[in-house]
Design a protein around this ligand. Structure first.
Ligand code: FES
Length: 117
């Protein structure tokens, strides 16, 4: 397991299920989200009107913007519903350790989905 570039940002136990936590890492706003599929990190600013996605609801493996309701896939950053059209970045997450004391590490390099299949 490589931990190059990975930054320790939280304790796993601090992330409630189906909730989002806003963090700032190297000048970037990031929403750290725990859902049924694990822990994910995506850009915190909605690509539609630049509000905090971390204040929205977690729905399955998506985070819903509280302002106009676009959902963003936590795995890819892609919008799943209108009005947002552009993806938000994703960040690689590693969990080191077990249980609530496990550490959540994030690679602060933003990744954007490729524009074609
Ligand atoms: S501001 Fe997020 S969908 Fe409009």
């Amino acid at each position: 397991m490589s931990t190059n570039n990975m930054v320790d940002v939280a304790r796993a136990g601090d992330l409630a299920p189906d909730s989002a936590l806003k963090i700032e890492l190297e000048g970037q706003d990031i929403a750290l989200v725990r859902c049924d599929e694990g822990v994910f990190a995506i850009g915190n600013r909605c690509s539609h009107a630049d509000v905090d996605l971390s204040e929205g609801e977690v729905e399955g493996c998506a985070l819903e913007c509280w302002l106009h309701g676009s959902q963003f896939d936590l795995r890819t950053g892609e919008p799943l519903s209108l009005p947002a059209l552009e993806p938000v970045p994703t960040y690689r997450v590693d969990i080191v350790g077990d249980g609530d004391d496990a550490r959540v590490l994030i690679d602060p390099t933003p990744q954007l989905p490729s524009s074609s299949d």
